[in-house]
Write a new protein. Structure first.
Length: 175
C-alpha cells in the first residue's frame, strides 16, 4: 500500500505540515512519503497557460505522484475561510488531466490554524473538492489553536491528541 501525506500549503513553516507529519507517526507500521508542495514548480492554474503550453513536466510529476498513491493524508491550511490558492491550483491542474484523478484514493483530511475554529472552513470546502475529484473521504480532524495545543512536534492537549489517535485508528481499519 502506497501512502503519501502533504499539507495544502506552500509555507516553509507550515503548521499544517507539522500536523500531518505528526499524524503519520500514528501509522508507523506503514512507509509514508511526506510531500512538500514547494518541491513542485507549478504555476497558478490558468486556462491560457494550459492552451498555450499544455501540462508541464512538473504538473505531470505531481499528478503521477497522486495517481501512484493508494492513501492520502492531507492537512489543509486556510486563507480567507477557504483552502489555499496553492492547494486549489494544484487540484485544478490535476483535474484538467483527469477530472476524477482521486478515484479509488482513501483520504484522511485534517486542518489546523492559530485560531479557535481550527481551519474548519478549509476542511469543509477542501473535503467537498476532494470528493468531487473522486476521493473517498474516510476521516477528518481539526485542531484549534495550534500554538496552544502543539509543541515540540506533537499535540500536547490530551483530549485533542486522543481524538486524532481514535480517528487514525478508525482510518487504519478502512484502508
Amino acid at each position: 500500500m502506497i501512502i503519501k501525506a502533504f499539507a495544502g500549503s506552500n509555507s516553509s513553516t507550515s503548521i499544517n505540515k507539522q500536523l500531518v507529519t505528526y499524524a503519520t507517526s500514528f501509522l508507523d507500521e506503514f512507509e509514508i512519503e511526506i510531500l512538500d508542495l514547494n518541491n513542485y514548480n507549478i504555476p497558478t492554474f490558468d486556462i491560457d497557460i494550459e492552451k498555450r503550453e499544455g501540462f508541464s513536466d512538473e504538473i505531470k510529476r505531481f499528478y503521477q505522484t497522486l495517481i501512484d498513491t493508494d492513501v492520502l493524508l492531507i492537512s489543509l491550511a486556510e486563507h480567507n475561510a477557504n483552502v489555499t490558492a496553492v492547494f486549489k491550483s494544484y487540484m485544478d491542474w490535476c483535474s484538467r488531466i483527469n477530472h476524477k484523478f482521486l478515484e479509488g484514493k482513501k483520504i484522511f483530511v485534517m486542518s489546523t490554524s492559530p485560531g479557535s475554529y481550527g481551519a474548519k472552513n478549509a476542511l469543509e470546502s477542501g473535503s467537498k473538492l476532494l470528493v468531487k475529484l473522486g476521493g473517498e473521504l474516510i476521516e477528518n480532524y481539526s485542531l484549534p489553536k495550534f500554538k496552544d495545543n502543539f509543541q515540540n512536534g506533537k499535540i500536547i492537549n490530551e483530549e485533542f491528541d486522543a481524538e486524532l489517535f481514535a480517528k487514525i485508528n478508525e482510518f487504519r481499519k478502512k484502508i
